[in-house]
Design a binder for this molecule. Structure first.
Ligand SMILES: Cc1cc2nc3c(=O)[nH]c(=O)nc-3n(C[C@H](O)[C@H](O)[C@H](O)COP(=O)(O)OP(=O)(O)OC[C@H]3O[C@@H](n4cnc5c(N)ncnc54)[C@H](O)[C@@H]3O)c2cc1C
Length: 399
């Protein structure tokens, strides 16, 4: 476990707050706590196994080759929602480079630059403990956090901001197929050039489409295989879920089973915005991308050669197979969260997700965000806006 020098003094004492997970959610919540309680200078640590905060966000967005975010500029990691636009400056020429309409969506690079600015502003790098948490012990007057390699930390309060990135969804047929990667696997890196090799991309959502368009630009012969029709939605849930329009009814609903159904109904899984679908259709019409609307029946492996056979009987010789099949639907947190449940009988709904209070507490010392807070924050809980809602609930209203 790597611990920054400035953190060592904290380790002799108790932390006030420890955030487990240094992704989009962990970083924004950490900044929000430090901002809200700046007068008392809280001792805060962020535990995350990667060398840099936001590692997962950077590697996932790079893997898709996406150049603009799906969400608007006000969904960013700073405290002030308009900070990213202010950072862009007033000149229109900057705005055109940094933001794309509709909804002023920031470019991936500009969002990254601004996120690093937020990290610097709150000196979050100094608070990063590079480790993976294996066990959490909830005590009466503190929480003990056991990390791999035997290091223990203790804190008054903790926040789980674990993301869903550990649970990649891979179809069974792909398990033993050579030259096959999941787009969000840590091993996946685009080669510099496709060299006219046959690339089969499986999936029909935003990541699959972005990857197909990117793969074409670097010279792959792209086959996009999707089992469902292209689903066009600007966002992955209606913006009405970001405010009282839909959230008021959601929060009035006492049944968590009904809340779960509302979330499933509201989330446009496997969808993509109009501009990407239009660009894909143009590439298909111009015969730059081969589009197959079919399920995969099997992959036939002959030495290092792979033939992907589709349910509609098409056979594609593939030099490389890329799975853009998203994440599993299971509850995030794996064993870490399962242990908490069994040790402390924390309340869960029938879908196995936490039942939380309005401050997102699962226990007086344990707060959660992201998908784990879905039954309280609704369908946008996993997104950047979900990180902002989680922070507002955890730290309370800002002055
Ligand atoms: C390609 C892509 C594009 C997206 N684009 C948008 C967008 O435009 N707008 C939007 O609103 N949303 C978008 N999202 C959705 C969402 O905002 C991202 O998935 C975001 O990364 C979620 O942040 P997170 O902090 O919950 O999870 P992550 O970014 O996955 O971070 C969680 C961190 O927790 C760490 N962790 C997990 N378990 C432990 C443990 N036991 N101990 C210590 N650390 C642990 C992980 O290693 C990881 O570093 C996108 C998602 C993807 C995949």
């Amino acid at each position: 476990m790597l611990i920054k020098k400035s953190l060592r003094m904290h380790l002799e004492n108790n932390f006030d707050w420890i955030i487990i997970g240094g992704g989009i959610h962990g970083v924004h919540i950490a900044a929000s706590i430090l901002d809200k309680y700046k007068d008392s200078d809280p001792k805060l640590g962020i535990i995350d196994p990667w060398p840099h905060l936001l590692h997962r966000w950077y590697s996932h967005t790079a893997a898709t080759g996406m150049s603009y975010l799906r969400s608007p500029a006000v969904h960013n990691l700073a405290i002030d929602p308009f900070d990213l636009q202010k950072y862009g400056g007033k000149k229109a020429r900057y705005k055109q480079v940094y933001f794309r309409q509709p909804y002023s969506r920031p470019s991936t690079n500009f969002f990254k630059k601004h996120s690093e600015l937020v990290i610097d502003r709150f000196k979050l790098k100094d608070l990063h403990v590079q480790a993976k948490v294996e066990k959490i012990v909830l005590g009466n007057d503190h929480v003990e956090i056991n990390c791999e390699h035997g290091q223990n930390l203790s804190s008054q309060k903790i926040v789980l901001a674990l993301g869903s990135g550990d649970h990649l969804n891979k179809p069974d047929w792909a398990a033993t197929v050579p030259n096959t990667e999941h787009i969000f696997s840590e091993n996946f890196l685009w080669p510099e050039k496709g060299e006219n090799r046959n690339l089969v991309i499986v999936g029909g959502g935003i990541s699959a489409i972005q990857a197909a368009l990117y793969a074409y630009t670097i010279g792959f012969k792209v086959h996009l295989v999707t089992r469902h029709e292209l689903r066009q939605f600007q966002f992955d849930s209606d913006p009405g879920w970001l405010g009282p329009k839909y959230m008021a009814g959601f929060l009035k609903q006492k049944s968590y089973e009904v809340r779960r159904k509302m979330i499933s109904h509201a989330r446009h899984r496997g969808s993509a915005p109009q501009e990407l679908i239009a660009s894909l259709r143009k590439h298909i019409a111009d015969k730059k991308i081969n589009f197959h609307h079919s399920d995969v029946r099997q992959a036939i492996v002959n030495g290092n050669e792979v033939t992907v056979e589709l349910a509609n009987d098409t056979k594609i010789e593939a030099d490389m197979v890329l799975l853009a099949t998203g994440f599993k639907r299971e509850r995030p947190g794996g064993k870490l969260v399962a242990n908490l449940l069994s040790e402390y009988q924390l309340p869960t709904a029938s879908c196995d997700y936490p039942i939380l209070d309005a401050q997102l507490r699962w226990h007086p010392r344990l707060f959660v965000s992201g998908a784990l807070a879905e039954l309280e924050l609704g369908p946008a809980a996993r997104n950047i806006s979900g990180a902002r809602s989680a922070a507002r609930r955890i730290v309370g209203k800002r002055a």
